[in-house]
Design a protein around this ligand. Structure first.
Ligand code: ZN
Length: 771
């Protein structure tokens, strides 16, 4: 650490320069600081981190935002990486920029923050929202449980890191047996279109619904259709070849259900039964997974029934390609531990992953065991846990082969058992006709990819398709495999196994050949954000349940998208499930208290609307429609700064419900400030006092609009229009600047005239009629 000049502490950290402003005025800082930085940046030497001393410590002033913005613009001239942070040099960067082997540590973009630290966002970001399956349109859970959260984050990042640095994508998951199965039923009911017509229709409907909710996808593809579909077929073949070359793939014979009456192999959803995982509460299980996301082998399914004939199917051996997921158990475990220690990955999500990372267990109920020692002697090497109070004894095996051998022994003895969660080989291929063709290899042909694995790399295919449309295909690795970029994937908790376990194995396998020990701190993996269940009237929504949940589009007949977006955001879902209880779908006697959708929407449709209007009318009546000149009061400045820093932190941690608390406190707080003080202004008829009040509230409204812009963009855009300002208003680098910052000629800047009773954030027509 070296002292650069009085008032600054500088720290040159490899290729990262960190500077702390101690106690300079803005003007003198600009002079000294700027010249130095500019010289450095032009030499192309350093990425720059501007840091700030903790507030309140003696002799240190907060890092001024105008200075920060100035530095940013200086740095941009040199096209350097710029981040800002609130902690001290030494603390920033100690693990952030480099790892032991000198590679940049991409995971630190998601690092766990210390209490005073401001978050670092990546330079480029891909955001994906879990792919909806192509057999129906979206119900409220797709949109409210995940898409809206992903969209809010994507819109925030566009404002925070620049819109050219964000790609937000999703698409319809088109293939697989469930789609064939629903198409078959539809055909029986008289549908005359092709399978592709059917999927395309659902894809178009999904796209329309997402648009209706303002989901701002840069790309919404379909894994089977058009250009994206053809790119996806190429990417899939490439993924197989790479994994094969890297040694993770093997051919295995496994039993598959076969319907003897219909003379066909049955896939996935064509077989139903009960989940074999102990304690599972799922209503339905299929050939190798249950509705709660458990994975098992077909032979483990309890009471299988064919959906084609209604008969019990038999098991026949078939050969398929498998990914060695059980080989990756240590890798996944190491990675999970790393995430737990260092990143803001959700805790429950890490625990869910952890549960799958146990050695292969078999549980044998005590009542079936005559002589435990005799039985144990017949089994392959294992660790035995025999606790008197437990109804079962537990055998823990080193590997799957040993466990399977043990199963054979138990089967032969007629002893019942259940197996625990563990990693099993991840099937890549199958014989479903409707699938991505699988490359012919080692004499195995006419196979297709199983839909789950190919849907995991579909976002890569979609990124390629999106870039190709802009003529930037070659840029793929800048988005997926770059230290400065991060991929954020929003999913539902049922899919944690696939995205946080199978994908971790697969994507590591694409980057590191088998046998080499991957450094899990530098392998490029997505940041997974799994939302908990969004319940409907307190029950888990599934289209099969009694209480049929509404389709996403139906809700828009009663609420505006902004009201719904505010409400779904406030339900959070980051650590616990929450119930969606729209009163318009309740009987009179079920209604209890206020409709929460309206209540959450009120913050913008009532309070914020009113606050903006009072500012505008105040300026129109007292200042001839021109923004008054003057500094924001200390009270409002501090309040605003706190709201901005809290909001930024919660956004970084994807704690959406907390964002709604921050907004609620901030907007209602400023509104109270207005209401209390305007009375004083009226009573004293003090023009200066009134002017200060207007300056304060307009400033707060401007910041509120930037904060709400990702959540309810249209009303915020309307506010910007009335301010008569450009898109630069949304740039987070200037979020704390006064309104005058954006205006070259304040004296002559005219606000758009606001007519009485204009709403920036609209209510639904049906709600207006009730008034
Ligand atoms: Zn289950």
């Amino acid at each position: 650490m070296s002292k650069l000049t009085t008032g600054f502490l500088g720290c040159v950290h490899d290729k990262c320069l960190i500077l702390v402003n101690l106690n300079r005025t803005v003007e003198s800082s600009k002079r000294v600081f700027g010249r130095f930085l500019y010289a450095q940046a032009m030499q192309g030497k350093y990425a720059v981190q501007a840091a700030q001393g903790p507030r309140g410590e003696q002799g240190r002033r907060p890092f001024p935002y105008s200075l920060y913005r100035f530095i940013c613009s200086e740095i941009r001239k040199g096209d350097m990486l710029c981040r800002n942070s609130q902690s001290f040099p030494g603390k920033v960067g100690s693990r952030q920029s480099k790892t032991k082997n000198g590679k940049e540590q991409n995971n630190m973009i998601c690092k766990k923050l210390t209490s005073k630290e401001r978050p670092t966002f990546p330079r480029r970001a891909v955001i994906t929202a879990g792919m909806p399956y192509g057999n129906k349109n979206l119900h409220f859970g797709h949109v409210g449980g995940m898409f809206i959260h992903a969209d809010i984050f994507a819109r925030f990042l566009r404002d925070r890191i620049g819109k050219d640095n964000v790609i937000f994508l999703s698409g319809t998951d088109c293939y697989g047996s469930p789609i064939m199965e629903s198409y078959r039923r539809l055909q029986e009911a008289g549908y005359e279109g092709t399978l592709e017509d059917y999927v395309r229709g659902n894809h178009e409907d999904q796209k329309k619904t997402l648009e209706n909710y303002g989901i701002s996808l840069d790309f919404f593809g379909a894994s089977a259709l058009g250009e994206a579909g053809s790119i996806h077929r190429q990417v899939s073949a490439e993924v197989f070849r790479t994994l094969y070359k890297n040694g993770y793939i093997r051919k295995m014979t496994m039993p598959q259900f076969y319907d003897e009456e219909k003379k066909v192999f049955l896939n996935g959803r064509q077989v139903t039964g009960k989940c074999p995982i102990p304690g599972c509460t799922s209503e339905k299980a299929y050939a190798d997974e249950c509705s709660a996301g458990h994975q098992f082998l077909p032979s483990e399914l309890i009471g299988p029934v064919s959906s084609l004939s209604g008969k019990k199917p038999v098991l026949k051996d078939v050969e398929n390609w498998y990914f060695d997921l059980e080989y990756c158990i240590d890798t996944v475990k190491k990675y999970n531990d790393f995430l737990r220690k260092n990143t803001n990955t959700r805790k429950y999500q890490l625990e869910t992953v952890e549960e799958f990372l146990k050695k292969p267990f078999l549980y044998v109920p005590r009542k079936y065991i005559v002589d435990l020692a005799e039985l144990a002697a017949k089994l392959p090497p294992h660790k035995l846990t025999d606790e008197e109070k437990k109804p079962s004894v537990v055998f823990a095996f080193e590997n799957l082969d040993d466990r399977d051998q043990a199963k054979n022994v138990l089967d032969a003895e007629g002893i019942h058992y259940t197996s625990g969660k563990t990693l099993v080989p991840f099937r890549l291929s199958g014989n479903v006709e409707w699938g991505v063709p699988f490359p012919e290899c080692e004499g195995l042909k006419d196979l297709t990819f199983w839909v789950w694995p190919e849907s995991l790399w579909a976002p890569i295919s979609f990124t390629l398709a999106c870039l190709k449309a802009q003529g930037k295909e070659a840029d793929l690795s800048r988005w997926w495999y770059d230290e400065e970029a991060k991929v954020y994937q929003f999913i539902g908790e049922d899919n944690i196994y696939f995205y946080a376990i199978a994908q971790t194995g697969l994507f590591t396998g694409l980057q590191v050949p088998k046998g080499e020990v991957p450094d899990m701190e530098t392998v490029h993996l997505s940041h997974i954000i799994a939302n908990r269940h969004l319940l409907y009237m307190d029950t888990k929504a599934s289209s099969s349940s009694e209480c049929k949940p509404p389709m996403a589009d139906e809700l828009l007949d009663y609420y505006t998208k902004d009201q719904l977006r505010m409400h779904f955001m406030s339900l959070g879902l980051s650590s616990k499930s929450a119930g969606f209880k729209p009163q318009v779908f309740m009987n009179e006697e079920e209604k209890n208290g206020v409709d929460m959708v309206l209540k959450d929407g009120n913050l913008i449709t009532n309070v914020f609307n009113r606050l903006i209007r009072t500012c505008f009318y105040g300026i129109q009546n007292n200042c001839e429609g021109r923004i008054p000149r003057g500094d924001v009061s200390e009270q409002i400045r501090l309040m605003t700064e706190k709201a901005v820093l809290d909001y930024e932190r919660y956004m970084y941690n994807h704690e959406f419900h907390r964002i709604s608390y921050v907004l609620d406190d901030f907007i209602r707080g400023v509104n109270r400030h207005w209401v209390n003080n305007v009375k004083i202004a009226d009573a004293t008829n003090d023009g200066e006092f009134r002017k200060q009040l207007i300056i304060d509230c307009l400033y707060a409204c401007k910041v509120m609009a930037i904060l709400i812009h990702p959540i309810a963009p249209e009303g915020c855009e309307m506010f910007r229009e009335y301010l008569n300002l450009g898109e630069e208003l949304w740039d987070w680098n200037a979020i704390l600047e006064p309104v005058s910052f954006y205006i070259a000629d304040l004296e002559n800047h005219q606000l758009k005239y606001l007519e009485p009773r204009v709403d920036f954030f609209k209510k639904h027509d049906s709600q207006l009629m009730e008034l």
